[in-house]
Design a protein around this ligand. Sequence first.
Ligand code: SAM
Length: 239
Amino acid sequence: MEKKLKINYNKLASHYENDVDTKSFNAYYERPAMIKTIGNVKGLKVLDAGCGAGYYLEWLIKNKAEKVAGIDFSNKMIDAAKKRVGNKATIIEANLNKKLPFKNEYFDLIISSLTLHYVKNLSFTLNEFSRILKKGGRLVFSIHHPIMTYLYFSLDNYFEEVLLEDYINKVPVYFYHRSFNDIFDALNKNHFLVEKVVEPKPTKKFLEVDKKNYIKLIKKPHFIIIKSIRKNVKFYNNY
Ligand SMILES: C[S@@+](CC[C@H](N)C(=O)[O-])C[C@H]1O[C@@H](n2cnc3c(N)ncnc32)[C@H](O)[C@@H]1O
């Protein structure tokens, strides 16, 4: 599945490069809420995990992060991100299901937008984030809201982790439904203390451009954003 997902994200790279920045769910729902939750990045060393075509990399550079790095497993996304920000960020092809190419306690902040529902073992990836973040550093990520996946995919068992298929721009993608219990357990096991949980609401601009989905999103959650702090404890490798 990982191989297929990578191939399909390669197919989606031009969509991310050219269209996604004006798509209602990204531009007027997830991104404004994510940016508000991330807060001030000035002077920070930041990793964007699953950077796609580099929207957040550009935002981090504009907002004066001291050091900006991005990783993605799609080489076409990497090309698009490099085209966007040039040498102002370190952009590396890397897989979040594997050990990451960064040294211990390097970053002040890791952001990850709509990516962690694709990883095979959330706890493994969070263990790596915990290793490369400084103690007291922050992790801010957005994922599918578990209530949304439970309802939208008519799941029989909310508590069971299950791989699902959906489409982005008619291209299939495969991601995991995970309960809140499993997400928070994985954070806790890997030394993260949850600071803030955000269930975004669509903005006014969303209403102007996509009234049909606005009416849905104003009543039902779709994505969730979680901000957590890397606890001040020695790194313990769980894997
Ligand atoms: C929905 S896109 C989001 C892109 C970007 N964060 C944004 O918001 O524009 C998800 C991204 O995660 C990447 N991705 C999925 N699984 C991955 C993995 N195992 N390792 C690294 N990147 C992965 C995809 O290639 C894709 O670029």
